[in-house]
Structure formats: C-alpha cells, structure tokens
Design a protein around this ligand. Structure first.
Ligand code: FAD
Length: 443
C-alpha cells in the first residue's frame, strides 16, 4: 500500500533546539533485510525495539523514522509521563473507577519500562526523573475540578496532596493559582533529551536506526517490504509505531481523531529575571481543567526557561500552517503574561505544534493488523506512558508472548467510528472552542 501522508512537524521544538546538534543522519540506502522492522522512532517504536532487543537477542532489528529523532512528537511534547487517569475529554481527567485503576496500572507499566531504559542507558535526571506533578487551579471552577479529582484519587487509593494559593506561589513564583493537587508518581522528562538518549542506547545495543527515512510504501509479498526514497527493508515482522499515521498506512480509517496542541518556550532568563520570578527552579503544572494551560519551569541545559502549552485544534489532514502557530503563539503570550506579569520583557524563543491521536472511546490500537504486521498506535494524548506501554506490548504480541496486560489490550474495543467529514471537523472544533471558552481562566 502506498503511504498516503508523511509527517509534517510544524515549528522547531525548543526541547531539541536546546541540545547539541546530533551526528548527521544515516538515511536508509539500498536494499536490506531484517528480522524485525519497527516504523516510527517515538515512545512506542523505541520501546518496541528495546523489548525486541532483550527478548529476541541476536535478531537484526531495524527502526525507520521519517524525521530526526527528537524532532517528531516524541521530542515536542510537554514531558509529563503521567501514571494516573488523563482522559482529555473528561472534565477533570477521571472516568469510571475500575477502568481508571486498570489504566493507572497500565500507565505505570509504561513508566516502569521507560525508567528501566533510562537507567540502562545512563540518562540524567534532567532527561528522566520520577518527581510527580501538580494540577494547578487558577479559578474556582478549576479548584472544583481538582477537588472532584482528589475524591476520585481517594477512591482509587492513590496518594495526593492539596496545596493552597500560598504554597503554589512558593513553588511557581506566580500569584495566578488558587490551589494545586500534587500527585507523586508522574515521571518528568526533557522529551528530546530522553528520546535521543534512548535511541543512542539502542544503537549501542546493535539496533539499526535510520532517520530521515520516510516509509512511502508498505506491502506484503512473502515478507513485508517497506520502501523509502533511497532504500528498502524486507522483514517478516513489522511493528507500526506511527500513532495517528496509522491512517496513512490504510488502517483504522475514520476512527482516529487527529488533534494538534501547541507550545512556546521562552529565551533563557537572566539571573535578575530568575530572582524576580522566585519560586522553585524546576516544576511542572498540568491544568486542573484538561483544556487549560500546562506550564513548566526548567533549569539545566539551555538555562532557566518557562514553557507554556495550550490550545487544541482538530485537524484531520494532520497538518497545520505556520500562520496557525503564529496565531496560537499570541494566546501563549497572553497566558504567559497572566501568570508572570513581572516578566513582561521575556520573549518566546521557540514556538511549535504537534500531533496527538485520540479515539472517541479512549482506546488504543494495540493489535495484529495482518499476518506479521502489528500496531502500537493511538496513545490518546498520553504517548509518553501509553506509547511506551503499547510498544512493549506490540513487541510481546509479535513475539508470541502473553500477559494479563496484553490480554486486556487485545480485548479492548476498536476505536469508535467518527462522524463523516466535514461534520466531525466542524463539530470537534466547535466543541473545543466551547470548552476553551468555558475554561478561559485556566488558559
Ligand atoms: C505540544 C505537545 C505537548 C504534549 N504533551 C504531552 C505530555 O506532557 N505527556 C504525554 O504523554 N504526551 C504529550 N503529548 C503527546 C505525545 O507527544 C504523543 O502522544 C506521543 O509522542 C506519541 O508517541 P508515539 O510513539 O505513539 O508516536 P510519535 O511520538 O508521534 O512517534 C511516531 C513516529 O512515527 C514517525 N512516522 C510517521 N509516519 C512515518 C512514515 N511513513 N515513515 C517513517 N516514520 C513515520 C513520525 O515521524 C514519528 O517520529 C504532547 C504533544 C504535543 C504536540
């Protein structure tokens, strides 16, 4: 099948720009064979390659990605590897109790796998740390979301701590927040540093990774044959770890929602600005209302900076324009000013957007698509944890191994069908604008 769309990642991700330039890429050239081919070098693809490298020792594993590692969505997210329920379509992230307990167990398996890789490959605490995170509430309504989520966490038996406005100011240096809900078991990553570090480790373990190698055609003869502009890989087993681009390979058509979200990163703050800001040197806030603003303060490679993420747009073409990035950038500037009015001179240095893939019923696509072809896709906005889990499970499935987690994933419903175009696009965007309007103070 010809691949109908290739990934386009709008704007330079600040996370990757803070790092030293990588070695030149080695795009696939010529015809090669492999025991395993993984398409996509994000969280899912690299977790799959890692699992294969452990369980199919000596096998030849090839990974292809259309772009440089760190430039794709895995290097352009906000870096919250969240263990707890994180349903972006719910009012406060929570859902049904039993499902949320199971989901939390699954997310923790993904995080455990990420932590193992991080330890094995010697990643720094800047790249991966189990530090927990705070749901920040800027409004009474946001506080009510936090309160209801805290009740849900109590019912789940999950530890949490409530912060008042003074404690929030002490952490963030900002007067903007009324309250916060701290949960301890989220891992925080510098996404580009993490994903590049894992790729580097895998390379040392013998996994062949070819960047700038978009798969333009995938077909099955006796084995699967993946074609790139200058090469071809023939392999009996292939794992598709391309998240929403599963559609571009012809699968789960009309069942995946392609959503973009956006981020801006400030220039490095001067020592005077750091002093003016106050608060802790490193912290991360997700919004109490899922459509609100995520904020991170970092201190490390690239200096002291703040990162703002907000806005969701539904874009079935999986592409957005530079104009959109600029327009959303103005929203980021307003969100920044509301929180940090005393940093009025601090401009954004990087602005970017990136793809999420959601399903209406919040399920992933971890499955055997065809003989020898497996999927680790549709991470529902939490690809750091769920993608890592999906990659490991798809590798287990391809290896013929079983586990209760894999059985649960295989028993999941298929993603629900979407209404036809343009109804789905117009409906989803109207719904998102309405939700954002209602959550204005959290934006
Ligand atoms: C601004 C922003 C903030 C976010 N914040 C968070 C967060 O805090 N926590 C969280 O969990 N998630 C967050 N996300 C979502 C997260 O980035 C994704 O869910 C995650 O990257 C998905 O992981 P994945 O491995 O499934 O897919 P991806 O990371 O998208 O990796 C798939 C790879 O497949 C490659 N590919 C696609 N088609 C082809 C092809 N034809 N040939 C070769 N390669 C191909 C792509 O280039 C890509 O690198 C955020 C996203 C954005 C944009």
């Amino acid at each position: 099948m010809a691949v109908t769309r290739l990934p386009r990642d709008p704007g330079p991700t600040g996370w990757n720009k803070l790092l030293a330039n990588p070695q030149p890429a080695t795009p696939l050239a010529g015809k090669i064979t492999a025991d395993w081919l993984v398409i996509g070098a994000g969280f899912a693809g690299l977790a799959a390659a890692h699992r294969l490298s452990k369980k199919a020792k000596g096998d030849k594993i090839v990974v292809l990605d259309a772009v440089r590692i760190g430039d794709g969505p895995a290097g352009r997210n906000s870096g919250f590897m969240i263990d707890l329920p994180h349903d972006l379509t719910s009012a406060d992230y929570g859902g049904a109790l039993d499902a949320d307990v199971a989901q939390t167990q699954d997310n923790r398996l993904g995080i455990t796998h990420a932590r193992e890789m991080s330890n094995e490959y010697g990643l720094s605490a800047e790249a991966f740390v189990m530090s927990g995170k705070i749901n920040g509430a800027a409004t009474t309504k946001g506080h009510a979301h936090n309160t209801s989520f805290a009740k849900h966490l109590t019912a789940m038996g999950e530890p949490h701590e409530v912060y008042d406005a003074a404690e929030m100011r002490e952490i963030t240096g900002s007067d903007y927040y009324q309250s916060g809900l701290f949960t301890p078991s989220t891992a925080m990553i510098q996404p580009a540093m993490y994903i590049r570090g894992i790729a580097e480790g895998l390379r040392k373990d013998g996994v062949k990774i070819h960047e700038d190698s978009p798969v333009t055609d995938l077909k099955r003869e006796d084995d699967w044959i993946a074609t790139t502009p200058n090469g071809r890989v023939t392999a009996p087993r292939v794992i598709l770890a391309v998240n929403g681009h599963l559609n571009s390979f012809g699968y789960a058509k009309s069942r995946l929602m392609h959503v973009f979200t956006y981020a801006s990163m400030t220039r490095a703050l001067s020592p005077q600005e750091v002093a003016k800001l106050g608060g802790h040197a490193i912290w991360g806030l997700t919004p109490a209302d899922p459509v609100g603003t995520t904020v991170r303060r970092i201190c490390g490679t690239g200096g002291d900076r703040l990162i703002i993420r907000n806005r969701f747009t539904f874009d079935p073409t999986m592409e957005v324009s530079a104009k959109r990035i600029a327009k959303v950038g103005k929203d980021h500037d307003r969100s920044f000013m509301r929180r940090f009015p005393n940093l009025g001179d601090v401009a954004m240095e990087f602005r970017w957007g990136g793809r999420l893939c959601l399903s209406r019923n919040n399920v992933q696509v971890i499955s055997k698509l065809e003989p020898g072809l497996f999927s680790a896709c549709c991470q529902n906005g939490l690809g750091t944890a769920k993608g890592t889990l999906a990659g490991g499970l798809a590798a287990d499935l391809a290896l013929g191994q079983s586990s209760p987690t894999l059985s649960r994933a295989l028993a999941a419903d298929a993603p629900m069908r979407l209404p036809p175009e343009p109804i789905s696009r117009l409906g989803a965007n109207l719904y998102l604008r309405w939700q954002e309007g209602r959550a204005f103070g959290e934006l």
